[in-house]
Design a protein around this ligand. Sequence first.
Ligand code: DAH
Length: 341
Amino acid sequence: MLQQLESLYKEACSAIETASDSDALQAWESKFIGRKGEITSLLRSVGQLPKEERANFGKRANEIKDELTALYTEREELVRQRELAHSLEEGEIDVTLPGRPIPVGGIHPANQTLREIYDIWADMGFQVFRTREVEDDETNFEMLNIPEHHPARDMWDTFHTTTPGVILRTHTSPGQIHAMRHFAPGPIRVILPGMCYRYEQISSRKEIQFNQVEGLAVGTNIRLSDLKGTIAAFARRMLGENQKVRFRGSYFPFTEPSMEVDVECILCGGKGCSVCKYTGWLEIAGCGMVHPTVLRNGGYDPAIHSGFAFGMGPERITMLKHDIKDIRYFWGNDLRFLEQF
Ligand code: DAH
C-alpha cells in the first residue's frame, strides 16, 4: 500500500503540471485529494494494514496529502492569475475609440415661440389657462356668437367626430367661454394656448393642425386703447424695441369692434419684399373688444364689464421670423428642418 501511495504521489505531482485551467485543476483535485480522491481513500483504508505499519503509513500519507494540497493551492493561484490576464487581454477596451454619440433632442421651433410668448404675457400679468381640444359645437361656435347657418362659419372648416355636436376645436376662442365661466364675475387676464384643427386643403400656407394663442382680459373699464397698448407692447417685446404696429378694422363675430394686427415687415423693414408681398406689413393677430353676447354667455354683465381678446398663430410668427416658406415643415417630422432650431 505504501508503494501504491508513493506511485500515486508521483503521478499526482506530474499530472498537476499539465492542469492548465481551472476545470483541469478541479478534476485533478477530485481525482487525488478530494473527498472521494484516491489518496483520501487510501488514507481511509489504513485500518486494513497490520498494526505496526499503520503509524508509518499514516504519517507518510498525511505528509503527501499536505504536500499535494499545498501544490494545489499554489497551482490554483497560478491558474487564476493566468486566466485573469487572459480575460483582461480578451476584453481589452480601446480607450482611443471615439464614443458613440448620444443624439440630443431640441425644443420644437413652434414650442420655442410659444415659450417666448408665454414669458412676455406672463410679465404683463397673463396666466396660461388650458382648455380642451375636443369641443362641442355650442362652445366652439354658438357661445361665440356664431349661430348655426351663419355665413361666418365658413371661416372655420371643421372636423366633426362621430358623436353629433362634438368637434375638434377650430380655434382657441372657445377657451374664452371656459375661462369666463371659471372666473366670473372676477377679473381675467389669461392666455389660452394650444392646438387647433381645421378641415383644410393642406398647402404651404395651410395645415390641418396648428397652435394658437388666444388672449383674454375682462374687467371694468377695459377699453380699446388698453387692447392697442397691450398688443403693441407685446409686439415690441417679441420682435424688437422699435417694432411698428398698426391696427386695421376687421370682422369677427365674437368681438366688436374687431381688428387685425399688422407689424412692419421684420424681413425688409417695411421696404417691401416677397414675404410681405411688397406691402411692408405682416399680419400677426386678430383682436377686438369682447362682444356683449359673448360676455353674457361667459357670465358677465356687459353693462358693468368689458374686455378685449386676441388670437395669434405661433407657427405663423415663427415663419415670419425665420423666413420659413412652408408651414408643412412644422409637423412633417423632418430632422433636417427641426435641427436648424
Ligand atoms: N379665433 C380667431 C381665428 O381663429 C382669431 C381671433 C380673432 C381670436 C379675434 C380673437 C379675436 O380672440 O378677438 O381666426
